[in-house]
Design a binder for this molecule. Structure first.
Ligand code: THU
Length: 164
């Protein structure tokens, strides 16, 4: 048995002012998108903004439901809305942020596994890397250049072709 390590390059910023103008604008769009959050159960409001190759930005926010699994995360609301409107346009970047009613969020908001999987499909579907900006209203911000950095050893469409 051998062990190999997977290194993930994560860009770390001290705050929103340190971001370049494109990233900052997208994170601000995600902060605005939080206003649409419907989170009466978790009281955890998430906002996302998806930037397409054609320059359009799609907002998303978490939409909860009394039957909990029926709800959807902010990232997938934004990605699916963008895909439904522009199925053939690649996604350049997505920004995510959140605000909790009952506590202060300290670090960057990182997407859940299911959202990472959907981001991975978005990337392979268009053969184009998706930058992910993981923000917060204040505090450190992380960014990665492609989904593989968030989801190493991911299951991809290629893998299906190998099965008999
Ligand atoms: N949530 C998101 O919107 N995105 C994530 O990546 C993680 C979790 C939402 C789902 C639920 O409405 C609330 O945050 C608490 O889990």
């Amino acid at each position: 048995m051998k062990t190999y390590k997977i290194e993930v390059p994560v860009q770390m910023y001290d705050g929103i002012d340190e971001l370049n103008s494109d990233d900052r604008k997208l994170l601000e769009d995600a902060i605005t998108a939080m206003e649409g959050s419907y989170a009466p159960y978790s009281k955890y409001h998430v906002g996302a903004a998806v930037l397409l190759e054609n320059g359009e930005v799609f907002p998303g926010s978490n939409q909860e439901n009394v039957a909990y699994p029926s709800g959807l995360c902010a990232e997938r609301v934004a990605l699916f809305a963008a895909g439904a409107r522009y199925p053939d346009v690649a996604v350049k970047a997505i920004a995510v942020t959140a605000d909790a009613e009952d506590f202060e969020i300290e670090g960057p908001v990182t997407p859940c596994g299911a959202c990472r999987q959907v981001m991975a499909e978005t990337e392979t579907r268009h053969s184009s890397p998706v930058r992910v900006i993981m923000g917060n209203k204040k505090g450190k911000i992380y960014a990665i250049e492609k989904i593989g950095d968030l989801l190493p050893l991911m299951f991809e469409a290629e893998d299906l072709k190998k099965s008999k």
